[in-house]
Design a protein around this ligand. Structure first.
Ligand code: ATP
Length: 405
């Protein structure tokens, strides 16, 4: 049951919210995980989990869904046993986050390319976000079975750093392509929105709320399919329409109930999808204002204005996803199935979509697996830390992070 919270926003309360966000936004140069930290949130449930627990975290239920998944999961855990920091050549920085960098790396033995997310333990401990890191790893281990979610191949640690070895999504950030083209055609936006919806629906079926849908976390693979990355702000254990209150995410794409720190549920992801779809179709997030404070206030109170230029079905979908009343938001009752039946997606054959049988509308031009054309030079020009491949004793911190047989 969705709890109805009577929470009228008075002038004083609004003033409080606005000054709160003013302080927060001053520090917007930090990532969303940092934003979360500002509110002092933690996930204590992960602090004492051990390796055994992580490697069998309801994993069997994921595997049960398809025979192939069992193989995937087993393969992943076996790989986890074998890897260490010294097994890779770290070639280029391809992304940055709040607690470290993401690097393109080549496995010295199998010559495959991976994206390695390297997190500094000191930073994580200083900011008290161990829970988010362990949660990210736990979610990555559970979600090996979806075509539009990034896959974890290895995880290990050294004395100073944690490493997550992921599929390299070499098509670059969706945001990078959107910035270059300003807007996408409706059919291109539909394709990406459908792949994202399918991934979010899958996460919800595992009782995971993604919470941080934003263009920087939506990547493309070499064929042009969506790859969702960054599970650091996921929330596990949200069953059905159960709610939570933790504040997190990126302000532009946050649902009003999250901004107001009211209870929220998995429907925050449908708001997030609405915000990203709006940006793909109109070139800007909904309720946009160059003044961030005005935009935040707009998200909470301003009626949604959708200009012409987008089809009636597209505007109707945006209106339904960006409904401030989460109980009436599209997806509130039957989750992704409600989106799948909306007329905007009438041309999508969902089984074909998940089987990757629908031809992507755009194929990134790449000369090979190490081509960095689609990665922002702002990242690739950053220096690669020399000590990344040094393999010393991992020490006592993060006991559940690396696999121990
Ligand atoms: P945040 O502070 O936003 O939470 P983060 O520290 O969790 O960030 P990610 O968002 O996971 O880090 O990654 C940062 C960036 O690195 C992404 O925006 C993306 O550009 C790049 N990146 C991450 N994973 C991959 C991948 N698998 N393949 C290619 N690039 C990636």
């Amino acid at each position: 049951m969705v709890k109805k919270t009577k929470n009228p926003v008075t002038y004083t309360k609004m003033k409080g919210i606005v000054s709160y966000f003013a302080a927060l936004i001053k520090e917007r140069k930090f990532g969303s995980a940092d934003l979360l930290q500002k509110l002092g949130t933690r996930h204590p449930i992960y602090r004492h989990m051990d390796a055994e627990c992580f490697l069998r975290p309801e994993g069997s239920s994921v595997c049960d869904e398809a025979g192939a998944a069992a193989l995937c999961f087993t393969r992943t855990t076996q790989e986890l046993q074998r890897a260490s920091a010294a097994d890779f050549d770290y070639l280029k920085v391809i992304g940055t986050g709040s607690f470290g960098k993401v690097l393109l790396a080549r496995h010295r033995e199998n010559d495959r390319y991976y994206a390695v997310k390297v997190l500094k333990k000191q930073m994580i401990l200083k900011k008290n976000v161990e829970g988010h890191v362990m949660c990210e790893r736990s979610v990555l281990l559970k979600t090996v079975n979806h075509p539009f979610l990034v896959r974890l191949h290895f995880s290990f640690q050294t004395r100073d750093r944690l490493y997550l070895v992921l599929d390299y999504a070499d098509g670059g950030e969706l945001f990078y392509h959107l910035q270059k083209e300003r807007v996408f055609t409706e059919s291109r936006a539909r394709f990406y929105a459908a792949e994202m919806a399918s991934a979010l629906g899958y996460l919800h079926s595992l009782h995971i709320v993604y919470r941080d849908l934003k263009p920087e976390n939506i990547l493309l693979d070499s064929a042009g399919h969506v790859v969702l990355t960054d599970f650091g702000l996921c929330k596990e254990g949200i069953v059905g329409r159960a709610t939570t209150r933790t504040f997190c995410g990126t302000p532009e794409y946050l649902a009003p109930e999250v901004l107001q720190q009211r209870e929220y549920d998995r429907t925050v992801d449908w708001w997030g999808l609405g915000a990203v779809l709006h940006e793909m179709l109109y070139g800007l997030p909904p309720f946009y204002s160059a003044d961030r404070m005005v935009m935040l206030s707009n998200i909470m109170f301003q009626p949604l204005v959708l200009k012409a230029g987008v089809s009636k079905a597209g505007r109707d979908l945006l209106n339904r996803l960006l409904n401030r009343d989460r109980a009436k938001r599209l997806g509130a009752k039957h989750d992704v199935a409600e989106l799948q039946h909306h007329s905007f997606f009438s041309s999508i054959r969902w089984d074909d979509l998940v089987a990757k049988k629908i031809k992507p509308p755009f194929v990134p031009s790449l000369s090979g697996p190490d081509d960095l054309t689609n990665i922002d030079p702002a990242f690739t020009n950053l220096p690669v830390p020399q000590s990344l491949g040094v393999c010393e004793d991992a020490g006592m911190t993060f006991p559940g992070f690396s696999y121990m047989s």
